[in-house]
Design a protein around this ligand. Structure first.
Ligand code: HEC
Length: 218
């Protein structure tokens, strides 16, 4: 009898939990098993490839580590900069953690670059360069397994849909992209300060390298 009662209580508990709000879900998730804890601390790669080896456009990267926003505007480059738009750059969180601990980009690291047009050139604070509209997305991934012959094992990807852009549909993105030819991307990145990444333009990374802590708390 006691067993039946407790069994029933358990069932009620389960159905309550199943229908409960997200808050309960968080409580349940807050007590992982030993196996889950180990999985949570192992580096994870927030991207996936298709069976054909194309990269699926990564999701949620705006929740990653924001590295910075380089800009080479047209009007500082004789009216025709190679990249006249803002580049908002993000690094996946596990790679940022590794960068703090080891000072290197881990195998599996991914950096996303979002292209944003120059919008208005004045604000209440004065004249300047302010971001306008989203134009495109690019990525680089370090993987010895996938890109054994690429410099630094970095593969480069471009999701920007140029055809749509040419038809005036700016900011259209493809859902998958194949790796770019070495010459079209990484040849230029040999000028980067650290492992094909232009860390010289990202104080966030320079401060983090080998810091073994969150440098912003110093
Ligand atoms: C003309 C040289 C050049 C070419 C070609 C080039 N890049 Fe870059 N890339 C840079 C520079 C310089 C930066 C950093 C400053 C900036 O964003 O303007 C950069 C930044 C990046 C970043 C952010 C990480 C970092 O190293 O700063 C990514 C991701 C990226 N490029 C991807 C690509 C992809 C994908 C291609 C090919 C479609 C490509 N790049 C072609 C010069 C180049």
């Amino acid at each position: 009898m006691r067993t039946a009662t407790s069994g029933r209580r358990t069932m009620i508990g389960v159905s309550l939990a199943a229908g409960a709000c997200a808050g309960l879900g968080v409580l349940i998730a807050a007590a992982p098993s030993a196996d889950e804890s180990a999985a949570a601390t192992a580096p994870s790669n927030p991207y996936a490839f298709t069976e054909d080896g194309e990269l699926r456009r990564p999701q949620d990267y705006r929740t990653w580590i924001y590295m910075g926003s380089p800009l080479t505007p047209n009007d500082m480059n004789n009216g025709s900069a190679a990249f006249p738009e803002f580049h908002n750059v993000y690094l996946d969180p596990d790679s940022y953690e590794q960068y703090k601990q080891t000072g290197e980009f881990r195998d599996g690291a991914i950096i996303m670059k979002e292209l944003v047009s120059v919008g208005t050139k004045s604000s209440f604070s004065g004249k300047g360069y302010f971001q306008g509209e989203f134009l495109g997305v690019e990525a680089m991934i370090k993987s010895e397994d996938r890109f054994p012959d690429e410099p630094g094992n970095w593969g480069f990807f471009r999701f920007t849909d140029e055809k749509a852009a040419a038809e005036g549909r700016l900011g259209s993105l493809r859902t998958v992209a194949s790796v770019n030819a070495t010459a079209s991307c990484s040849a230029c990145h040999t000028a980067a300060a650290h492992d094909y990444v232009f860390t010289q333009h990202y104080p966030v990374l320079r401060a983090a390298r080998n810091a073994k802590r969150n440098p912003e708390n110093d």
